[in-house]
Design a protein around this ligand. Structure first.
Ligand code: F6R
Length: 361
């Protein structure tokens, strides 16, 4: 049942304010400015002993893990990174007892992720899950974890589950942070930020008409570049994946800082750039990248907190806390990919060559 929407993807994009509300519900503890995660199965002593966090997932879940790793590093001050589970499994990784491993999966059935979990468990590692489907194989094989509570996702490409997974990581990062060195004041600041998300998501979804017009304008591109820095880079990666999957337009994502090391050679009017430009400590650096692109006559669509002079178009998003901004900045680009695919007449819910759940190698 699409509930009045033309596609499941549109329905699922539109449900995100409610979905985020669900992942937050019942978990916030205002008294201690932290969150309770019932199924985590990680006591405070164990949480303090973690020296490193390694996140494993595939596709969109890997991208959610990249943002998750950034959140864990900044809030809990533990070195963290995310890697495609498929790659991790085949490079005979050093498995370390002081590392917390986290498997991320919407379906909980992705073979490469499950196999990575089993290999880690066999070697005695502690593995948690950030999973959407309750009781799925990965949820069962892990030692504990955080359910994402996005509700069923039917469209082959992931949208609301991506957003909720990132919010679940924010909760986990806050929880670990408050056990370690995050102050009460910072805990409170993040909690207030989390509470603002649903209304801000609704606000973004209201600009759909404007985003549709922009998508119509850029749909003739044969290829697109997506750029961002640090927190914005995984947003660029995910937006680029979404565009490729449903519109079949070739897209690349690069850290804005890497442009001059190669990809700048591609920039010309026929290759538009989508730039993630949050109002944070990297704003001036991001503006300089726009300057470089403009000097090569590249078209620029910015997703930003304020109008970007160098951009041909700016999609404005509401500002949250710096750490939580990536959650919001991805949402208009889901709609952008959607309307680009629609303009090109693609089969949005069932893109060619793709399956919802990849249970084979
Ligand atoms: C992209 C997409 C895929 C999945 C990937 C992992 O829109 O949906 O990249 O994210 O196949 O699937 P899960 O999260 O079910 O393990």
């Amino acid at each position: 049942d699409m509930g009045g929407h033309d596609t499941y993807m549109h329905k699922e994009i539109s449900e995100q304010a409610d979905a985020v509300d669900r992942v937050l519900r019942g978990r916030i503890d205002d008294r201690f400015s932290t969150v309770h995660l019932g199924g985590l199965n990680l006591d405070a002593r164990a949480a303090r002993g973690i020296r490193r966090v390694k996140i494993l997932g595939c596709g969109t879940s890997y991208h959610a893990g990249l943002i998750g790793a950034g959140l864990i590093e900044s809030l809990a001050r533990v070195p963290a990174d995310s890697e495609p589970a498929s790659e991790f499994r085949y490079r005979n990784p050093v498995v370390d007892p002081d590392t917390l491993y986290i498997a991320v999966s919407q379906s909980g059935e992705t073979y490469d992720v499950l196999a990575a979990v089993q290999e880690l468990k066999r070697k005695g590692a502690r593995v948690l899950g950030v999973v959407n489907v309750v009781g799925s194989a990965i949820a069962r094989e892990t030692d504990g974890g955080v359910y994402v509570h996005a509700g069923p996702e039917v469209c082959v490409v992931s949208t609301k589950c991506f957003t909720n997974t990132v919010v679940a990581f924010a909760l986990l990062a806050l929880h670990l942070g408050r056990i370690r060195d995050l102050s009460v004041a910072d805990g409170k600041r993040i909690i207030e930020g989390l509470r603002r998300l649903p209304a801000q998501i609704s606000e973004i979804l209201e600009s759909e008409d404007e985003i549709r017009k922009l998508a119509d304008e850029y749909a003739d591109a044969k290829s697109m570049m997506f750029i961002g820095r640090v927190r914005g880079y995984p947003v660029a990666l995910e937006a680029s994946l979404k565009l490729k999957e449903i519109s079949y337009i070739h897209a690349e994502a690069y850290p804005a800082s890497e442009l001059k090391h190669g990809p700048l050679a591609l920039i010309e009017p026929a290759l538009p750039t989508v730039a993630i430009v949050p109002d944070d400590e990297l704003l001036e650096k991001n503006r300089a990248a726009l300057e470089e692109i403009k000097a090569r006559s590249g078209r620029i669509l910015a997703v930003a907190h304020q109008e970007q002079e160098r951009a041909d178009h700016t999609i404005l998003v509401p500002k949250n806390e710096d750490e939580l901004d990536p959650i919001l900045m991805g949402i208009p680009l889901q709609l952008f990919a959607y309307h680009t695919a629609l303009a090109l007449g693609r089969d949005i819910d069932k893109p060619r060559n793709l399956a919802k759940s990849v249970t084979v190698e």
